[in-house]
Design a protein around this ligand. Structure first.
Ligand code: AVJ
Length: 320
């Protein structure tokens, strides 16, 4: 059952995440406007992301789910029973039950910044796995997070699916891997999902679907700013754009201003010229060698990898 919900998020008197406010103002003040991708995931954004994972063009979720199903026995063998599974950015992950079924863990600690989503999914999971202690932690997993004391003596398995690490530039990804290497401790393992570099068409289709779900997901960031930070952004004047940045091996998502405009957030004035963009997400893709190098730089030694061929996606197991 759900043992205890831990909350590690700072809110000001309006109940708005202070970090969101700070990131939006800092990001809108840059020459290339940019807002970190983690702010997509309010209740609406989390629901839209769930819709994305069901799109025929969005292959990562399907590939990773297939890998977990196909290689359950190998995973059980490589990981072993009795670990505390700490999932980073759990959302409403449908992959988690596959992993938990495969490895018989001793505890489950989902860490997610979206509190309501976390609460619901933790309860569903606790129902599905009676006898498994669940300790949801509402927190930004890019910062050091205190773990529930009960799991202290258990060996840990960090579970970081979905290629979420791709949202970070290498420097930040390495910092995060090091934070979790320290938090999970000696003898821990990390099971991480990595999206591979592949042909441009497949990548673009996955991030600019014809049904417009990814566009709605991207635009919700502006609506969230209006809702939570008292913005008056004319969201209808923005469009969604996904581009492949070959030099940095990443998909970038932008919100494109379709005309000159002025708006305010929190009473602060901003201007955008027609064609100017707000860079809202990076999704880095890694070849096998890049992924190994990244993990090693972050303090983890890769020990096994399971690959889906088409479209390419990998699950990598690493040890502390
Ligand atoms: C949740 C970060 C893995 O980068 O593929 C999906 C988010 N953005 N479609 C990704 C996302 C647009 C997703 N991650």
């Amino acid at each position: 059952g759900v043992v205890r919900h831990l909350r590690q998020v700072d809110a000001d008197h309006a109940g708005v995440d202070v970090a969101f406010r700070a990131d939006v103002h800092a990001g809108l003040s840059q020459a290339q406007k940019a807002i970190p991708a983690r702010w997509f995931y309010d209740a609406t954004g989390s629901a839209l992301f769930e819709d994305i994972t069901a799109l025929p063009e969005y292959y990562p979720t399907r590939s990773e789910t297939d890998l977990l199903k196909r290689h359950a026995a190998d995973l059980a063998q490589a990981i072993g029973p009795g670990r505390a599974v700490v999932e980073l950015g759990s959302g409403s992950s449908t992959k988690t039950p596959l992993l938990l079924d495969a490895i018989s863990p001793a505890a489950y600690v989902p860490v997610d910044i979206s509190g309501d989503f976390l609460r619901d999914s933790a309860e569903q999971l606790a129902e599905r796995f009676p006898g498994l202690p669940v300790y949801p932690v509402e927190a930004d997993f890019t910062q050091p997070v205190p773990l529930p004391r009960e799991i202290c003596p258990l060996p840990k398995l960090g579970f970081f699916p979905g290629s979420t690490i791709g949202n970070m530039v290498a420097r930040t990804a390495i910092d995060l891997l090091r934070i979790w290497r320290k938090a999970l401790g000696d003898g821990s393992q990390l099971l991480i999902g990595i999206d591979r570099i592949k042909d441009r068409e497949t990548l673009i289709a996955a991030y600019d679907d014809p049904a417009g779900v990814t566009a709605a997901f991207n635009l919700n960031l502006l609506e969230r700013i209006n809702r939570e930070l008292g913005g008056d952004i004319a969201t209808a004047n923005f469009t969604h754009r996904a581009v492949w940045n070959d030099v940095n091996a990443r998909i970038e998502m932008h919100l494109v201003a379709e005309c000159d405009m002025d708006f305010t957030v929190d009473g602060r004035a901003y201007h955008m010229a027609k064609g100017e963009t707000i860079h809202s997400e990076n999704s880095h893709k890694y070849g096998p060698r890049d992924a190994s190098l990244l993990l090693r730089a972050g303090g983890w030694t890769p020990v096994a990898s399971w690959d889906d061929a088409d479209p390419a996606f990998a699950l990598i197991l690493a040890e502390a």
